[in-house]
Design a protein around this ligand. Sequence first.
Ligand SMILES: [Zn+2]
Length: 147
Amino acid sequence: MFFVFYSMDYQLLRAYDNYISASIILARLDEEGIRCYLKDEYTVTIDPILSNAIGGIKLMVEPADFARAKELLDGFDRQYRASAKCPRCGSHDIVYISKPGVKNWITAIASWLFSSYAIPATQVYQCADCGNETADLPASDEESFMI
Ligand SMILES: [Zn+2]
């Protein structure tokens, strides 16, 4: 008999502000044999506002798989960025950055006003050419929304 236990020492690989991105990455890592799960997914799905308070949906990875998971994730990012396009200027030069403080707070209000499900992220994708920012990477063939 085999049981799978989620050990307490799983490490946080990345936090997501929406369930869809988190579950896509989870599935892709899982395909690669990475032992991982989403933490706080239930809370976040039920209450998006609370998600910000508890730090989003956390992608937790087994320590032994962590280095490889991070490599895979970087690879996904590169792939995804290459296919993404800035919705404002069309540039493919999109970077993933961390945003502190006030501006994020304004984003929080804006997303609260315009969409109950668009959660403010502490990390955003920013166009290196025009500075346009989005919480989710704008993929050319996927539904995307701007904040
Ligand atoms: Zn741009």
